[in-house]
Design a protein around this ligand. Structure first.
Ligand code: NAP
Length: 512
């Protein structure tokens, strides 16, 4: 931790942090009072703060020199211009004067863009320079070289904040980290694609990682609350040896897998972290996963089929199911794929409605994507041949042919045919999932009340479809039960341990 003397602390006193990456809270309120209130609400989770003076009301700027003493921990002063992603639109001379005056207040660091010289004021006030470049349009070529050339002189910390617009941009980021191994640097991938660079900042070798209070001005996709970083992603416990796993999907922010995998690591005292990756390009993700030495990753919508050609080894059932939700790195470095959705789907049914585990059961599956394929495979393993209905009829056709099932479209004809396949209805499309939680995948279908209705969607827990079914008197099964049982099997694949039951308890205080 930083040493703090009389509420003021210089960057040079902070070398005791050693290899641990610092957590920096970005403060973006309109008043210093409000910034201090935000800091107080997260003080236990942060090592330093960045005061974004460009967010402050003009009347507040006169009080900038007093802020470090009031904050009582190291402060980075930043007055960011509009083209760099900030809000400062005043004259450059005025900004330079303001920085010079503010620095008399013993700021530990000052964030200066590469084109801004402030040598005298900085020297006089002993603030350490973070020399920054913000690229809001993408990820420039030659990242490592750009970073290296940023520092104007010895002692400055180069900082590059870039904006990956695709998974394809990410390997270059990790490559730059690796090229600059052992050197002080800050490299951030902004936005949701870059989230991993904030969570894995210690392992990647960043000097600090930025976060912001949830609900504050700064909050945006890819930003993290320090409480989440520490409690959910166990940031304080991470080091260079921490193993990493994750989940890939698009969208991915809704995924609950990070909650229970990370809770499992915490409960068992494993040095691991589990990260959500927004992925729009599967081959690029495999390159990234290799560079990050991921132990394994879970696969969700829409990539369960797209990962198949990239596997080096496969579980014997994968070819038949045609969907993979679990990828594990073998000691040889190759990727092994398996599917835990099948057992994950059956476990809640077996526990709650065992009478349905019979070839006599008449069932319908809505959907023909990766999840539906696992469901159809699971049902056929019991001798059940469900009716398959899908928006894209051709996909229902292909799946139906593969498993000798009837198939059709999600239309009046399909709904009429459901009358003979209605002991169990499995909803396996993404319809009704947040953020489009109001959508009903089958609005014309009228439940009789005798169906068991199983919705694979788990966010929200009670989908519109399940709610209608329950109101009609049906027994319902939420996708969360499946998520947990398939996730427990994945946990075993990644760690060799059983997932502890406490990890499934959403009231578990480890992650609030
Ligand atoms: P996927 O492979 O991308 O398939 C998506 C399916 O949803 C396809 O059948 C698609 O139909 C259908 N669909 C998407 N948007 C639609 C719309 N607007 N109207 C009608 N149909 C639509 O995804 P997946 O991996 O199968 O996942 C599907 C859902 O199951 C997701 O919500 C996922 O989170 C959930 N899931 C949950 C678990 C769990 O453990 N609880 C496990 C697996 C999946 P088209 O073929 O016409 O595009």
């Amino acid at each position: 931790m930083f040493t703090v003397s009389e509420g003021i602390c210089s960057a040079r006193e902070s070398v005791v942090m050693e290899e641990k990456c610092r957590i920096c809270l970005s403060l973006t309120a309109a008043t210093l009072e409000e910034d201090l209130r935000l800091l107080e609400s997260r003080r236990e989770f942060v090592d330093l703060v960045e005061l974004r003076a460009d967010f402050l009301d003009a009347a507040e700027l006169a009080y900038l020199p007093s802020f470090p003493k009031r904050a009582g921990l190291p402060v980075i002063l930043a007055i960011r211009r509009k083209p760099d992603g900030g809000r400062w639109h005043g004259a450059e001379g005025k900004r330079r004067d303001l920085l010079g005056r503010a620095l008399s207040g013993r700021y530990a660091y000052v964030d200066l863009e590469e084109d801004l010289a402030l040598t005298e004021a900085v020297k006089r006030n002993a603030a350490r320079v973070i020399r920054s470049l913000h690229d809001l349009s993408g990820v420039p070529n030659g990242l490592a070289e750009r970073l290296r050339s940023l520092a104007h002189k010895t002692g400055e910390i180069p900082k590059l904040a870039v904006t990956p617009g695709s998974t394809k941009d990410l390997p270059a980021l990790v490559d730059a980290y690796q090229q600059l191994e052992g050197q002080e640097k800050i490299l951030i991938g902004m936005g949701e694609f870059g989230l991993f660079s904030r969570i894995m900042a210690t392992k990647l070798g960043s000097y600090l990682t930025y976060c912001s209070v949830a609900g504050s001005e700064q909050e945006a996709p890819g930003h993290l609350d320090p409480r989440t970083l520490v409690r959910l992603y166990r940031f304080r416990k991470q080091d260079r040896e921490t193993f990493a796993c994750g989940v890939i999907g698009n969208p991915i922010a809704h995924s609950r897998s990070p909650e229970f995998h990370n809770r499992g690591y915490e409960t068992l005292g494993l040095n691991g972290v589990y990260i959500p990756f927004l992925v729009d390009d599967v081959p690029a993700f495999f390159r990234l996963a290799r560079m990050l030495e991921l132990r394994g990753f879970s696969v969700t919508m829409p990539h369960k089929r797209a990962v198949l050609p990239h596997l080096d080894e496969r579980d014997g059932t994968l070819a038949r199911i045609g969907a993979c939700n679990t990828v594990v790195r073998r000691p040889s470095g190759g990727w092994y794929g398996t599917n835990t959705d099948v057992q994950g789907f059956l476990a809640p049914l077996r526990a709650r409605v065992p009478r349905l585990m019979s070839p006599e059961t008449r069932a319908t599956v809505i959907g023909a994507g990766g999840g539906a394929r696992s469901v159809v495979y699971a049902l056929s393993s019991l001798g059940i041949r469900p009716l398959i209905l899908n928006r894209t009829v051709e996909k229902a056709h292909l799946l139906g042919e593969a498993f000798q099932c009837e198939w059709g479209g999600v239309d009046s004809d399909g709904i009429a045919r459901m009358q003979n396949h209605a002991d169990l209805i499995v909803q396996a499309t993404g319809v009704g999932m947040e953020p489009d939680a109001g959508a009903d995948p089958l609005p014309e279908y009228r439940f009789s009340g005798s169906e068991v209705v199983y919705d694979l969607v788990y966010k929200p827990l009670m989908t519109v479809f399940l709610k209608r079914a329950r109101e009609a008197g049906c027994r319902i099964v939420s996708g969360l039960a499946m998520l947990y049982s398939q996730g427990a099997a994945q946990f075993k694949h990644y760690t060799g341990f059983e997932l502890p039951p406490e990890a499934l308890d959403s009231q578990n205080p480890i992650v609030k």
